[in-house]
Design a protein around this ligand. Sequence first.
Ligand code: NAD
Ligand code: UGA
Length: 343
Amino acid sequence: MTNVLSHTAGTPTIPSDSGRPRRVVVTGAAGFIGGHLITRLIADGASVVGLDRRDPACDVAAAQSLGEALGQPAFTFRRVDLTSPGWEPLLSGAEVVFHLAALPGVRPSWGPGFDDYAMCNVVATQRVMDVAIQARVPRVVVASSSSVYGSTGGGPTSETVPTRPLSPYGVTKLATEALALAHAQRHDSATTVAALRYFTVYGPRQRSDMLIGRALTAALGGGPVVLYGSGEQSRDFTYIGDIVEATIAASRTQASGAFNIGAGRATSVREVLRVAEDLTGRPVPVTAAPAGDGDVPATLADSTLARDVLGWQPQVELTTGMRRHLDWLRSYPIGHADATATA
Ligand code: NAD
Ligand code: UGA
């Protein structure tokens, strides 16, 4: 499948008098990226409604993600499942909807778990977009993924490279962005859409199934990292603060299309383990496991379009970002045990 998602650079416009979104909705609010985004939006003066099916009152990771926002007057949390009706009025009056809710992991998307991926990533997006168009929300920023590309050969990947996802998860993320952009083309649409193809995100509060948190946790004594395949596979690991800034930047323009959001540097899994050892001064114990289906050999973003159209550039290089991630893990004792869980 080729990338049919055209990009239209519009004149940058700002959806509120103050230069900032006044009322925004974040789906996937209790997630890793959602929590960081909400903290930044509140600091920016926005009034934020966060939607998630996880309840911070009884889910430790959700409570951690939303910890800085819960109780603040500018933030309202609503526990909703986007695949079930009832939440639609919450989008009324929103100037921006940040649609981040999804099931995110590559590995568990094979097998019977796929039904939930199809519901949360495809059906929920269809509903969010339908409601956003009807509510005449001017701007939707939707989380897509580097996994839409599949195997790219290792060079920098621009948005013109054909999308050939290799995992069920990647297929659902391609559907997510295609659906969102299709809705924006409806005759009754007053909505523009940016689909942000995030490349492997890390930093404080990273999901416990992901490599960098697991490697640092293993070095801190949390049990071995399962190393899938040779460890020579590489990723364009991108710091959470850079992801948040790109997401905010995308909300402040009306440019439509898909944008890569990546740090622009490929690092192998083995190199990550070495950096974790250097930063902690301790070995990272490893257990070998076969490479997983859909685990692509390499990702590397060409984010020129985001630079030119959104005015965004990555700022944080891997060692600095991993040091911040490590500092957070050290300050959060129960995270260690959690991070050894199998995805
Ligand atoms: P996360 O799992 O921490 O957050 C996603 C949140 O969405 C969760 O809190 C979950 O409960 C919620 N959610 C899922 N289905 C829902 C539903 N039906 N109704 C309401 N809430 C629902 O994941 P994350 O790492 O923060 O990822 C956020 C987004 O970014 C996802 O769309 C993911 O595909 C995308 N993404 C993440 C990365 C990464 O490296 N973390 C990279 C590329 C793309
Ligand atoms: C990540 C996220 O999990 C997805 O949500 C996201 O969509 C995707 O990035 C993306 O960029 O689009 P992934 O790249 O697999 O997926 O991120 P990690 O889980 O951190 O894995 C990175 C590499 O380390 C993979 O090759 C994986 O096989 C390997 N790994 C991961 C291990 O060897 N052991 C682990 O315990 C975890």
